[in-house]
Design a protein around this ligand. Structure first.
Ligand code: GDP
Length: 297
């Protein structure tokens, strides 16, 4: 289960407070110290942790929590609110264009889950809104990426536009968009190139594709299991492409939670969806408040 370690440590820190009838300032300081360590151990970004601790302390002081009734319960509630705020308050829906098609560009490092997520999201739109998506195979570098997208397309019954691996991704995207107009597709997914690491050639290509496709949504797909590296990757892509949303994948295997807790605060971009498994239906809308409750256990 995700966040196991963090949940246990936060519960321990807060149950220490709950056991006390009266909570002193020293008790609160000790609890905040434990929470700080728990978050750092969960690989949450250092600055994010610092801000979090400061905010909780200020809110507790401002509300004169220690003088009131049931201070422990109030502190738990402040911690819950701040965790939620750290992840973005409320869910942010997919950007949708007022004329078809809505163009969604998927970016991210190789192996993050771009292709899989494009398929998952296309299926979600198809089954929930009767949408008619088209997926464009523009990742010409990863061996077998195009075949993978084609197989996925067959599995979820969504057409895939491809021109093989020898074509230039810019041409693929231009012609793919023409195909979408012909098919009257309402959503277009561009499965853009990924690399093992961010490099200038990749970024230039993605910037060109962005220019050509004028996407309504640029979804950055990051692997939650890579923790702070995921956050750094997100910053790199965002600086260059100004992404509109993040998809955190492999949350099912993420035992620490650092990426989920830091990405919004560090990049300012909302996590819109989370991938929680390998099946085509394992994609969920990201609700910061539900995630905070889940983390607090
Ligand atoms: P891409 O290179 O970014 O297109 O990555 P892929 O879509 O090929 O995904 C890489 C691997 O991660 C595949 O084996 C996927 O099945 C797996 N994967 C993607 N999303 C998730 C997820 O949410 N949970 C799990 N457990 N595996 C995932």
């Amino acid at each position: 289960m995700a966040f196991e370690g963090l949940t246990e440590r936060l519960q321990n820190a807060l149950s220490g407070l709950r056991r006390k009838g009266k909570v002193t300032d020293a008790d609160l300081r000790e609890t905040m110290r434990e929470i700080r360590l728990a978050l750092l151990e969960a690989d949450v970004n250092f600055t994010v942790v610092k801000d979090f601790v400061r905010n909780v302390r200020e809110k507790a002081a401002g509300a004169k929590v220690l003088e009131g009734l049931n201070p422990a319960q109030q502190i738990v509630s402040i911690v819950n609110d701040e965790l939620t705020a750290m992840m973005g308050e409320s869910e942010v829906p997919l950007n949708v264009s007022d004329k078809i098609p809505t163009v969604i560009m998927m970016v991210g490092l190789q192996g993050a889950g771009k292709t899989t997520t494009a398929g998952k999201l296309a299926l979600k739109l198809k089954s929930e809104q009767n949408a008619r998506p088209l997926m464009i195979a523009a990742d010409v570098y990863r061996p077998a990426a195009i075949d993978q997208l084609k197989t996925l397309g067959e599995q979820i019954d969504v057409p895939v536009f491809e021109m093989g691996t020898d074509a230039d991704p810019r041409d693929i995207v231009r012609q793919g968009l023409a195909k979408a107009a012909e098919l009257k597709s309402d959503y277009v997914f561009i499965d853009a190139a990924g690399r093992l690491q961010i490099d200038e050639t990749l970024m230039q290509e993605l910037a060109d594709v962005k220019e050509i496709a004028q996407p309504d949504e640029i979804l950055l797909v990051v692997d939650a299991m890579t923790g702070q590296n995921a956050v750094e990757t997100a910053e790199g892509f965002n600086e260059r492409l100004d992404v509109t949303g993040v998809v955190l994948t492999k949350l099912d295997g993420d035992t620490r939670g650092g990426a989920a807790l830091s990405i919004r605060a560090v990049t300012g971009k909302p996590i819109k969806f989370v991938g929680q498994g390998e099946k085509t239906t394992d994609l969920d809308i990201f609700y910061p408040d539900r995630m905070a409750s889940r983390i607090l256990g």
